[in-house]
Design a protein around this ligand. Structure first.
Ligand SMILES: C[S@@+](CC[C@H](N)C(=O)[O-])C[C@H]1O[C@@H](n2cnc3c(N)ncnc32)[C@H](O)[C@@H]1O
Length: 192
């Protein structure tokens, strides 16, 4: 895991330009909560955390890269946003049960996580995923199939949940489209 950490620290040391917030958030702004606690897993430089915190959520932002997390903590501090950062290897972390109103995983795929994410979400809370698909037609994102979504795999991450939004843009080849080659889902955990 040190290799992964070092790789991402190197990447963020060279490039600290945050991208745009993920389309799973910006396209579905109208159904996202404006209060409560959000968990941004593998937050990177935290564009999504900043988006959610600006909407009024307290955000817990976790990533293995100290460089990225320190950068985000600095930004949150200077903007006066409520973002609690944590440098952590998510694969080995314990997610607290029923603690979050929204859990976001954007451009990070660890297939051991979905049950823990479901458990960490409060009843009625939202689970948001977005990442690249195995069927993508653009030369962007990972090439290792381990990190690419299979068709309809996102639905399997949120069993028994209500699907509020789903989009699969695997065949979109517009490099300027932030969703090209990716899929997203937003699901609501059942109450009771
Ligand atoms: C492609 S970036 C995505 C960043 C952000 N979520 C986004 O959508 O812009 C992947 C992130 O996963 C983080 N990461 C990779 N393996 C991790 C692990 N085991 N635990 C925590 N973070 C990890 C990296 O440091 C990196 O910030």
């Amino acid at each position: 895991m040190n290799k992964v950490r070092d790789k991402w620290n190197r990447i963020y040391s060279k490039n600290r330009l945050p991208g745009l917030p993920a389309a799973v958030l910006t396209d579905n702004d109208n159904i996202l909560p404006t209060k409560g606690i959000a968990l941004d897993l593998a937050c990177g430089l935290g564009t999504n955390s900043l988006f959610l915190a600006t909407r009024g959520l307290e955000v817990h932002a976790w990533d293995i890269s100290k460089v990225a997390v320190n950068d985000l903590a600095g930004q949150a501090g200077s903007l006066g946003l409520n973002i609690q950062t944590r440098v952590v290897n998510i694969t080995a972390a314990v997610l607290p049960a029923e603690s979050y109103d929204l859990v976001l995983t954007s451009h990070y795929l660890d297939r051991s996580l979905p049950p823990a994410i479901l458990d960490a979400t409060r009843p009625g809370g939202l689970i948001c995923y977005q990442t690249f698909t195995a069927e993508k037609q653009i030369n962007k994102g990972p090439s290792n199939p381990e990190f690419l979504l299979q068709p309809n795999e996102l639905q399997s991450f949120v069993p028994d949940c209500e699907i509020l939004a789903f989009k699969d843009e695997s065949h979109n080849v517009n490099r300027d489209d932030p969703l090209a080659g990716r899929a997203f889902i937003i699901a609501r955990k059942p109450i009771g």
